[in-house]
Design a protein around this ligand. Structure first.
Ligand code: SF4
Ligand code: SF4
Length: 434
């Protein structure tokens, strides 16, 4: 079986750019909600001194992950920040001292069984680094006796145009990936691992094959370069041959899917005990003078990344947090990078004209249906949404839509289909709660 996919121009002009360390900014802005689940509460106050890796946001909620200071310095204030999703969250603003002094209590965690491994991952603050931000300790906390899992699928497809941060992770630190995989397999008792990589990254495929040569349980799967190969259900299918059905998640088919940078972080955290405080990301787009890959403290303002890459804000028509297909448009260049920011894209009008433009009437060409990897009927969603027809939206399986953006990309009438789908999904979820 072949799933629907589309070809999108790659624009991966930063693939050969060695990742550089971003200089410590003078101030960071750290939102206390950085992924799926509940927000954290601040445990520091104005005037407190903090160090790198010190806990600043904690929660007792099941679905959440703690948040740590990415810098050493002094808390300037606890503020409110409107997230990209439109929610106001507590935010810790820290003036840095330039010393980057590590918190003295940082030490590698003691891990000797599954329970201590899951607790360590929880304390690391790790959420899915591919962009979804699902807390990793919840994903990995499986019970093999109730829901058997035999396959770990590592998502290294990086099918989004422009983004090369996962690719640089593979080229620059492949051992962390292999060791992270071995650790997850050991504590979760998973037999097989598959690293799915698009075939437009031959160097990464070659390198990881070499690194995994003594571990036949870890297989490197070369995937066709098409979009969205990195979607969870798609990569799980092409790596294992198993179909994750409607309403199912990978674990229902004995699969856990992890992003390649997330699994690498598992290894580095267990070695050092330094929680998630930095982010590897790509800064690119046709408005960026020096597109590059960076490792920057979480909370760094995007305006500082633009200055670093010699980008004139006047040239930017659209600023995106994440990829061009699934990222979110930013309204403020001072918005900070968070745990889930794998890219910042700055686009000029020229590129926006190629991807957007004013929508016209649907001509019922069916291209959106042909493009949908899940076999949905995107063209019918909009009408049902406009009519607030919840029953019809349910019948059309709107909640299965993963907002991959393929339907919007191929639509000759420039209809904002996947954007409308998000609103329609929210409408259905709200109705289900009542
Ligand atoms: S691709 Fe656009 S124009 Fe074609 S059927 Fe879908 S919504 Fe209509
Ligand atoms: S955004 Fe949703 S409806 Fe559109 S192609 Fe992707 S999964 Fe299908």
């Amino acid at each position: 079986m072949k799933l629907n996919s589309i070809f999108v121009a790659h624009h991966k002009n930063t693939e050969n750019e060695q990742t550089s360390l971003f200089p410590t900014p003078s101030q960071v802005v750290i939102p206390l909600a950085q992924g799926m689940g509940a927000s954290c509460s601040p445990i520091v106050k104005k005037g407190d001194s903090v160090k790198v890796g010190q806990l600043i946001g904690q929660t007792t909620a099941f679905m959440s992950a703690p948040i740590y200071s990415s810098v050493s310095g002094t808390v300037n204030r606890i503020d409110k920040l409107m997230t990209i999703g439109g929610k106001y969250v507590d935010t810790v603003v820290i003036d840095t001292d330039g010393q980057q002094t590590p918190f003295e209590e940082i030490k590698p965690p003691i891990v000797n069984d599954k329970a201590s491994f899951i607790e360590a991952i929880k304390q690391s603050g790790l959420v899915g680094l591919g962009g979804a931000g699902f807390p990793t300790h919840i994903k990995l906390n499986i019970d093999q006796t109730k829901t058997p899992v035999d396959s770990l699928v590592i998502n290294a497809a990086e099918c989004e145009p422009f983004i090369t941060s996962d690719y640089r992770q593979m080229i620059e630190a492949p051992n962390d990936i292999i060791e992270g995989i071995k650790t997850v397999m050991k504590y979760l008792e998973i037999k097989n691992a598959y690293i799915g990589i698009e075939d437009n990254k031959p160097q990464a495929i070659k390198l990881l094959k070499e690194k995994a040569k003594n571990n036949p349980e870890i297989k490197i799967v070369s995937l066709k370069s098409s979009y969205p190969q990195g979607a969870e259900k798609v990569i799980a299918y092409y790596c294992t041959g198993r179909i994750i059905g409607d309403g199912e998640i990978p674990i229902n088919q004995g699969i856990i899917v992890m992003n390649v940078s997330s699994v690498a972080f598992v290894h580095s955290f267990l070695q050092t005990g330094m929680p998630l405080v930095n982010r590897r990301l790509t800064v690119s787009g046709d408005a960026v003078s020096k597109p590059t890959n960076l490792i920057a403290p979480i909370g760094t303002k995007i305006s500082e990344l633009l200055t670093y890459t010699n980008t004139d804000p006047e040239k930017i028509t659209k600023l995106i947090n994440g990829g061009i297909m699934m990222g979110q448009t930013l309204y403020d260049i001072d918005y900070p990078i968070t745990k889930t920011t794998n890219a910042v894209l700055a686009l000029t009008q020229k590129l926006c004209d190629g991807t957007g433009g004013e929508p016209t009437n649907c001509i019922r060409c069916g291209r959106c249906i042909q493009a949908c990897p899940l076999g949905l009927m995107p063209r019918n969603f909009e009408q049902a949404y406009n009519n607030h027809d919840i029953e019809e939206l349910e019948k059309l399986n709107i909640t299965l839509c993963m907002n991959c953006g393929s339907c919007t990309y191929v639509c000759p009438a420039k209809r904002q289909i996947s954007q409308t789908n998000q609103l329609a999904k929210a409408l259905v979820m709200q109705a289900r709660k009542k």
